[in-house]
Ligand binder design. Sequence first.
Ligand SMILES: *Cc1c(COP(=O)(O)O)cnc(C)c1O
Length: 401
Amino acid sequence: MIENTTYKLPDPRGKFGEYGGMYVPETLIPALYELIETYSKLKFDPEFNRELFRLQSEYNGRPTPLTYAERLTEHFGKAKIYLKREDLNHTGAHKINNALGQILLARKLGKKRIIAETGAGQHGVATATVCAKFGLECVVYMGELDVERQKLNVFKMEMLGARVVPVSSGTKTLKDATNEAIRDWVTNVEDTHYIIGSVVGPHPYPMLVRDFQSIIGIEAKSQLFELENKLPDYILACVGGGSNAIGIFYPFLGEKTKLIGVEAAGLGVDTDEHCATLTLGSDGIFQGMKTMLLHNNEGQVSEVYSISAGLDYPGVGPEHSYLHKNQLAEYKYVDDKQALEGVKLLTEKEGIIPALETAHAVYYLNELMPKTTSDEIVIVNVSGRGDKDLNTIVDKFREVK
Ligand SMILES: *Cc1c(COP(=O)(O)O)cnc(C)c1O
């Protein structure tokens, strides 16, 4: 783990400016403090870091490459484009970086049982994977609708030994699964650790998950120094909860690099079917944190939509709300149709089929590149591979033709 020497957040109360905090039932406060205390001891513990480093390399295949995108660069004829290849992680996306860190933490806490919630199933699969690896009991809450929509991931989790619990309350999706996971944690907090999959939830989760994901930016920074002996001018990453984005941004906070997060505009920001939280949201409290959220006319947290299940979230990590408010990063949006074009662009120019989430960041190159110059460098964070999305992609490309 590293400390950013110029940017030091969250504060001891878990606040990023006015955002973040611990808005949870009282019964969970001791568990959160136990987590804060254990983590603050382990963060710079050489043995813990060695063990995590060994797992990240031997099991997960890190460091992931920084790939020069030669044909994509030629296509735009402007800045040089590099790709940070989180698609090459074990299980196909960046989520396992965090799951590995948290499972080690759970073991140090002496917890025997792991719970998680999942929407599309990607975080559920990463969690079930590390539980299989360490022989811990795993329960994954998932909305009934999502269980239906994501059969392959449900099958994977079950193969890995997890118990998938379908949640039939509310809208039967991620929000309801999260409520159920919190209920479980309140009841079983003695022996259970809750692995949250993005930089969301009460303190210390946004900090924990960021620290575990910041390996992406640490590697990218030193890899680019090796290749070009300089910092990138721009970094692009997609934002759902915001963990892959903060993971690559964090070591660059305080540098001159421009950080750009790309949210999902779904069917368009002039419809209700999008999840461009930082563009159109307002402050609120949700899932234990104060952050920016999408609200409907009644003031309730909205049902949101994106073609990519991983971006389909009505909130955003509190640190992104802070970076947005203080203009330390910029946030843009890309809609479903453009994301599909992004898939096509990276696939045809570089032979890399990206996840639909990632494709939002890829598409944004169309807007960014004309403003760049040939002596500049852009890094795109390729958060995951497209295998999981092939059904959706095939159907949509047929529709388009
Ligand atoms: C889950 C997921 C995301 C979105 O999550 P963040 O926390 O915003 O990174 C992005 N890309 C892929 C491939 C994912 O699986």
